[in-house]
Ligand binder design. Structure first.
Ligand code: F0G
Length: 354
């Protein structure tokens, strides 16, 4: 490790791998103190920007561990179903490791930047006429048949890598925040981050865990519905739909773990609509200089709801996780921001539109 471990691998003693890791220097992402949003929302708002990872999402933390494990187990090929980011990240780490990569995507429902990444890093990309939940069913079958190593978040080593988000939050803040707020799709990340906090508690490095807040899009909200009804199993949403394609998931595989994280930590879940998501995306970009994709912005949209309904009070500290970079989904930006203003190449013409 060049004698100088970075990001995720600073915590190697808490990660279950035996060989030298396949790493692209993932993790070590910035934790921003957001003064403008703090003032507006009357609480202390921090944003942990996972878009700053090598492939532009938090998935890299899981993939560095998952792909290392694939090598350790002598696998020759890895595979996943994805709403986009998992496939981009897996393709990147498989390239670094010299493994073959196979990806199943819901056709027409993956943001352009993510497909571009998976293709450029050399994965075989297959688009199915079905949604993510169906793609995951299929890839599980394919992995069994073809002896591919499955790298969706049903793979426990993925979550081991992602738990380092919790370690970094405590390291950077120097204390445990009251709340951690994040988007929930397949529900792996909320489970992983909570596991990270629990491990720190078991090691007596912290006294308590934050309350875990899961944010879902209104059209893809099975975890939210379960929490509202106090249930510990979900009822799948059959035709999930949202502008936040990353979390367009109706039957999250890690639902039970996620619900346990929410209940045990005394947190909650919240749902937000597409308009609220886009507004939060603009606010992060324009008030704090943080460029995120729509799914990531749902964390701020969710926080805003919880402040409005009095759930989160002043003086409390909140860390929002922004899970993916703005450039992942350029098409949505052009839809919601419009196109650049075109003028003839003349000084007066420019002054006119300024
Ligand atoms: N945010 C982004 C940007 C994501 O890409 C995802 C999941 C999530 C949040 C939700 O995380 O599934 O752990 O609850 N994307 C997966 C994918 C499903 O295929 O890229 P989760």
């Amino acid at each position: 490790l060049d004698g100088n471990p970075w990001g995720v691998w600073k915590y190697r003693c808490l990660l279950p791998v035996k060989i030298d890791p396949v790493t692209l220097k993932e993790g070590g992402t910035p934790l921003y103190r957001c003064d403008s949003l703090s003032k507006e929302l009357n609480c202390r708002v921090y944003v942990k920007h996972e878009g700053a990872n090598p492939s532009g999402s938090f998935k890299d933390r899981g993939m560095t561990v998952g792909v290392t494990k694939a090598l350790e187990l002598g696998k020759k090929a890895v595979a996943c179903a994805s709403t986009g980011n998992t496939s981009a990240s897996m393709a990147m780490y498989a390239a670094k490791a010299g493994l073959k990569a196979y990806v199943l995507l819901p056709a027409g429902k993956v943001a352009l930047g993510k497909v571009a990444q998976a293709l450029m890093h050399g994965a075989k990309v297959i688009a199915i006429k079905g949604n993510f939940d169906r793609a995951l069913e299929l890839v599980r079958q394919v992995c069994k048949e073809m002896n591919f190593y499955l790298l969706n978040s049903v793979n426990p080593f993925r979550l081991e890598g992602q738990k380092t988000i919790a370690f970094e939050i405590v390291d950077e803040l120097g204390f445990v925040p009251d709340y951690v707020v994040l988007p929930v799709g397949n529900a792996g990340n909320i489970s992983a981050i909570y596991k990270g906090f629990k491990e720190l508690k078991q090691l007596s490095l912290i006294d308590s865990t934050p309350k875990m807040i899961g944010v879902q899009a209104k059209g893809a909200n099975p975890i939210y519905k379960a929490v509202m009804e106090g249930k510990d199993v979900i009822e799948p949403v059959t035709n999930p739909e949202t502008v936040a394609t990353a979390i367009r998931i109706g039957n999250p595989v890690n639902a039970r773990k996620a619900l346990r994280a929410i209940y045990e930590s005394k947190g909650t879940a919240v749902e937000v609509n597409d308009e609220e998501i886009i507004q939060a995306q603009k606010d992060l970009a324009r008030k704090e200089g943080i460029g995120v994709e729509p799914a990531s912005a749902s964390s701020l949209a969710g926080l805003r709801k919880l402040v409005e309904n009095g759930y989160i009070g002043s003086d409390e500290t909140v860390v929002c996780i922004t899970t993916g970079h703005l450039l992942k989904d350029p098409e949505i930006v052009l839809k919601v921001c419009g196109q650049p203003i075109e003028v003839p190449a003349e000084f007066e013409e420019i002054i006119k539109v300024l």
